[in-house]
Design a protein around this ligand. Structure first.
Ligand code: DI6
Ligand code: FE
Length: 402
């Protein structure tokens, strides 16, 4: 099937001109892919082609949220209230709250409940033009619940209008039953959980939380070695609350991305630049934790490390369900420009997922597109609390309900 979008401005996100912008453009979609894009005047039209008039609107690549913890049960509003009274995230975690409290709720939720709760959240992201989302496990921390979370992610990804990249995050926190038995838990991940996940083909990548309150770089390295033996790409929550050397370790192992990075040092930046790892910034977590130390954006730019932006949606540190809000925060809080923010939620987010078939409007890429009620792409990160998405195409097919 072929169709042509006409009468639009297209932010292709190709390198070169700002946003790769083309005015008075046409985009030809064929068999789920972009077939042609350029100024409408440059194209010979045939009288029988299907034309869709975009009425002058802006067309961008479908947005990509490349770091989320969308599958979980319950919420942590009680912890949020405690934090507002002065308790720190680390204190709450050490008292058996934090991630572990979501683990309790998630273990108690069956597949259907998790699926319904996650689908409701996914719908909110998708309404803002998201066509690819990454979803992590990590609130199960045992074989059964980790598999359940990833099966939920896989099931959601069966819908034709969204792609879900599933990431195994077994090394997220030490489960209570392994308190004081850290080595045994890391062994469980390597010997039991990861093999079960891989046997069912439930993960597209492996992530870990490398942090004082979670896992050391050496512990993560041993999980990553096992992931690499299974050809699973690596990602890492690194240097969020302290510098643990995780980013350098992960980049040296070829990680697709290192995420957070508030405490990233020179050595980490060099390793990421050498490996081509993407820096995924998650300003929602920074905002909720009222952090003061910012990721080293200038240094990342200077080293040509690609920067992505994501919601990091999770019930503890970033209950943000809006990629546009994350983009806005990346500008206001971290000093990204609006073009960088949009690259961060399109082409660089695709790269963080190892999905180079999308995130840019150019021939041969997936025809994942978002159509916006706006003239200039800077408006995407300019407003807050407003959804100007008018239409979405997933693999060339207009999404229902738009
Ligand atoms: N991402 C994470 O995985 C942790 N922090 C973050 O930004 C913890 C999430 C949680 O508290 O549930
Ligand atoms: Fe996270």
């Amino acid at each position: 099937m072929q169709c042509t979008l006409t009468n639009c401005r297209v932010a292709t996100m190709r390198p070169g001109a700002p946003y790769g912008l083309i005015d008075d453009a046409a985009v030809v979609l064929e068999d789920g892919l972009i077939d042609w894009v350029g100024p409408a005047a440059d194209r010979d039209t045939s009288p029988d082609e299907v034309r869709l008039d975009m009425q002058g609107r802006l067309v961008t690549p479908g947005l990509i949220d490349c770091h989320t913890h969308l599958v979980y049960a319950g919420n942590r509003a009680d912890e949020w209230a405690l934090r507002l009274e002065g308790a720190s995230y680390e204190e709450i975690a050490k008292r058996g709250g934090g991630i572990v409290s979501t683990v309790r709720a998630t273990r108690a939720a069956d597949h259907g409940r998790l699926l319904d709760a996650t689908r409701a959240r996914l719908d909110v992201l998708m309404a803002e033009g998201v066509t690819t989302v990454e979803v992590k496990s990590g609130y199960g921390l045992d074989v059964e619940t980790e598999l359940r979370m990833l099966r939920v992610a896989r099931e959601l990804g069966e819908a034709p209008d969204i792609d879900v990249a599933a990431t195994f995050l077994g090394a997220h926190a030490l489960p209570p039953e392994y308190k004081d038995r850290r080595e045994d838990y890391v062994r469980l991940l390597i010997d039991d959980v990861l093999p079960a996940v891989a046997a069912e083909g439930l993960a597209d990548a492996v992530d870990a939380y490398c942090e004082g309150i979670a896992f050391t770089a050496d512990e993560v390295r041993s999980v990553f070695e096992s992931a690499r033996e299974r050809d699973l790409p690596l990602r890492l929550h690194a240097e969020q609350l302290s510098n643990c050397g995780g980013a350098a370790m992960a980049a040296d192992m070829g990680a697709l991305s290192c995420d957070h990075l508030e405490y990233l040092d020179e050595r980490g930046i060099e390793a990421m630049a050498a490996a081509g790892s993407v820096a995924v910034l998650v300003p929602g977590a920074w905002y909720y934790l009222r952090e003061t130390r910012k990721p080293p954006v200038d240094e990342l730019r200077a080293a040509n490390v690609p920067i992505a932006v994501s919601t990091d949606h999770n019930p503890g540190t970033s209950p943000v369900l809006s990629i546009l809000a994350a983009m806005n925060m990346s500008c206001v809080l971290f000093g990204l420009g609006p073009e960088e923010a949009l690259r961060g939620a399109t082409v660089h987010a695709a790269r963080a997922l190892g999905l180079e078939d999308r995130g840019m409007i150019e021939p041969g890429k997936l025809a994942d597109l978002a159509v916006w009620d706006m003239q200039t792409p800077a408006e995407l990160s300019y407003t807050l609390g407003h959804n100007p998405c008018r239409q979405v195409f997933k693999a060339g097919v207009p999404r229902n309900g738009h």
